[in-house]
Design a protein. Structure first.
Length: 654
């Protein structure tokens, strides 16, 4: 796990500066506390002292017609020796790479490459394996890798670059093109340093953020900066950027297979054991995030099978003294005791929350209003203090195996839509079993249906189109044409429709393609890396994902029991009161934490300061949110406001 950055002169205009590269890496120094390195290719005379406080040993220089700068920040996980530092060249010096992530099957691939005649300089670096794999298999090397990754390989001989992001989007890759120069980095903030990108808020992204808590597709919150989508790669050849290519699509690589329940349970456990054992691969200590729920408990159970050493497990919650809140320490303790874990518990109080809030919002890099950012950041800090460098999370299980009760309700609605003419649908819904939902959720779904859209967009929809427009300032609505926030997902829905698969598969496909990488995995990457910790996700091993998507959908939620097939597979491994207790998720009592904070006025001033600069939201709507103590909306707007204010305050871009 690391941070990467690069600057490539596309037009050979010799207009780039090594100083910019150093500043880019400095902006995300938390990603690499164990070392940093720079490759300087080209002529860079008379640019002054751009080394700053860096040491000469951190720089490598080669001659080249095109100016190419590559930077790397290292968090040492595999092969801790200096020979595994980056930027790294292959044995013959034909290729250079900067790489963020881990390739879990690198030992097997290295053996295959050695048998094919390839030589290695390092003892067991997965980075060097990637270089030789690219030389041997070309772009098809991506199909060989099991892991999480974002990398750029420079083919010096052919003046070309090969840039790729892993299948599930676990690792980030941001880029921008400015004045004939290509810039890339692991974090958006690195592209906001002096003389690169102007800070101009993307209004369409703000609009989508208000629905999804994050930004879908390849866009970001800053105009001109993009993300490489998960499962995609692109090339730069002789200064020309080619169109991105999708090399992995879960609907195309997995076919539903009919199997007995016993067959599915057996294979599910086998695949998960493989996924978990791969994520034990490290030359540093591996721990687990433990909530006491099924997914984190399954991680601990599997890890315990592969080592005689006590696994360090970390649980976090808020004080039970907070009204209408109850933490889950009881269940976490029970699981930790069963698997003889070295257990650590963190209780967050109001003061801790307030003191850490600014750091949390700063380290989001982009606005991400998932409240779990808070506990992930704090638990990662604790894990680092206890000598742990890798933490396993449970992300992905719910999305793959119908883990949300709301999905079952939406599927019931979908079946009604399929069997009921639209003009009769509202009347049928009034008689539906979930009457308490009718006046809000079902009306929202019905409104989508009336516009020809599907009811399910994502598992974290907050504001609908009408609610968002009511929140925005009049001049913004008049000067900007907004399209439905379903538009970024339309291509995905078209792919799903052509596949003729179960509606549960649409929900999984939507969340795998968008919600996971841009919200849940983004929060895991940013918050763990803020504490110089690597987050790993066994449930998102791509082979496990492909297997889960081959399971018949009705077996995933048998008898309307969410995640029923996983629960059945884990019977006898996890206690039944862990498997079958009501799912809560990690609840953050935002209303109490925000509105009862001694920093409440500071939070209000942050929002009003942001809005005075951009005049984006309707003032009365903001006042209503404050006066009505709407914790959810207050947090969403506060996250955006403090992120933006921090950019200006710290003069990342002057």
């Amino acid at each position: 796990m690391c941070g990467i950055a690069g600057i490539i002169s596309l037009e050979n205009n010799n207009n780039i500066s090594p100083k910019s590269l150093v500043e880019m890496c400095d902006a995300m120094s938390h990603r690499g506390p164990d070392g940093e390195g720079y490759l300087i290719a080209g002529d860079f005379e008379n640019q002054g002292n751009w080394h700053g406080k860096k040491t000469p040993e951190q720089f490598k220089y080669i001659s080249n017609n095109r100016q190419v700068l590559l930077g790397h920040l290292r968090l040492s996980i595999i092969d801790l020796s200096p020979s595994a530092n980056q930027p790294m060249a292959d044995y013959n010096g034909d290729y250079w790479i900067v790489f963020n992530g881990e390739i879990y099957n690198h030992i097997e691939l290295r053996e295959e490459l050695e048998n094919a005649g390839y030589k290695f300089k390092t003892d067991h670096s997965d980075t060097e394996m990637i270089l030789n794999a690219y030389d041997f298999w070309g772009k098809e090397c991506l199909q060989k890798f099991n892991g999480m990754f974002a990398f750029s390989i420079w083919d010096k001989r052919n003046d070309s670059f090969f840039i790729a992001r892993d299948r599930l989007g676990i690792k980030p890759f941001y880029f921008t093109i400015q004045d004939g120069v290509f810039y890339f980095a692991s974090e958006l903030r690195a592209l906001l340093v002096e003389k690169i990108t102007e800070v101009k808020l993307n209004i369409d992204s703000v609009y989508n953020y208000l629905t999804y808590l994050t930004i879908p597709g390849n866009e970001t919150m800053i105009e001109g900066i993009e993300k490489l989508k998960p499962g995609h790669y692109f090339e730069i050849k002789q200064g020309k950027i080619l169109e991105p290519v999708q090399y992995w699509d879960i609907l195309k690589v997995s076919q539903v297979k009919k199997r007995s329940e016993e067959e599915i349970k057996k294979e599910l456990l086998l695949q998960f054991e493989k996924a978990a054992s791969r994520r034990m691969l490290a030359d540093v200590e591996v721990g687990v995030l433990l909530s006491g729920g099924i997914d984190s408990s399954a991680n601990l159970a599997m890890l315990s099978k592969f080592t005689n050493k006590k696994i360090k497990a970390f649980s976090i919650g808020f004080s039970n003294e907070i009204p209408n809140y109850e933490n889950e320490f009881f269940y976490a303790r029970k699981v930790a005791k069963k698997f003889n874990a070295d257990y650590f518990e963190i209780e967050i109080d109001q003061a801790t929350f307030t003191n850490e809030l600014v750091n949390i919002l700063r380290n989001q890099d982009e606005p991400n209003a998932d409240t779990a950012n808070i506990p992930i950041y704090l638990i990662s800090k604790k894990a680092k203090e206890e000598g742990v460098t890798v933490l396993l999370g449970g992300e992905g299980s719910d999305e793959l195996l119908v883990g949300y009760g709301n999905w079952i309700r939406i599927f019931d609605y979908y079946r009604l839509v399929e069997s009921t003419p639209l003009k009769y649908l509202a009347g049928v819904l009034k008689k539906f079993n979930y009457k308490s939902w009718y006046n809000n959720t079902y009306k929202r779904w019905l409104n989508k249906t009336s516009y020809g859209e599907t009811a399910f967009w994502s598992s974290n929809e907050i504001l609908n189109e009408r609610e968002k427009k009511n929140l925005l300032n009049q001049h913004v609505k008049k000067s900007h044409t907004f399209t439905s926030s379903f538009e970024p997902l339309e291509g995905l829905f078209k792919n799903y429709k052509s596949s003729k698969r179960h509606y549960y598969d649409w929900m999984s496909y939507s969340d795998i393609s968008f919600r996971l990488p841009e919200l849940l995995l983004a929060r895991l990457d940013r918050m763990t890396m803020a504490a110089s910790i690597e987050g790993r996700v066994p449930f998102l091993d791509h082979e496990f994902v492909e297997f889960c998507m081959s399971i018949e959908a009705d077996k995933k939620a048998d008898n309307n029991e969410s995640k029923s097939i996983l629960k059945k597979a884990l019977e006898g491994i996890l206690p039944n009161d862990i498997l079958y207790r009501q799912k809560k998720g990690f609840v953050v009592p935002m209303k109490n934490l925000l509105f009862e904070s001694d920093q409440f006025e500071l939070f209000v001033n942050e929002i009003k300061s942001f809005n005075s600069k951009l005049n984006l939201f309707d003032d009365q709507s903001i006042n209503d949110i404050i006066n009505k103590k709407d914790g959810k909306l207050f947090w969403i707007i506060l996250s955006l406001s403090m992120w933006y204010n921090n950019i200006l305050k710290n003069k990342i871009k002057k």
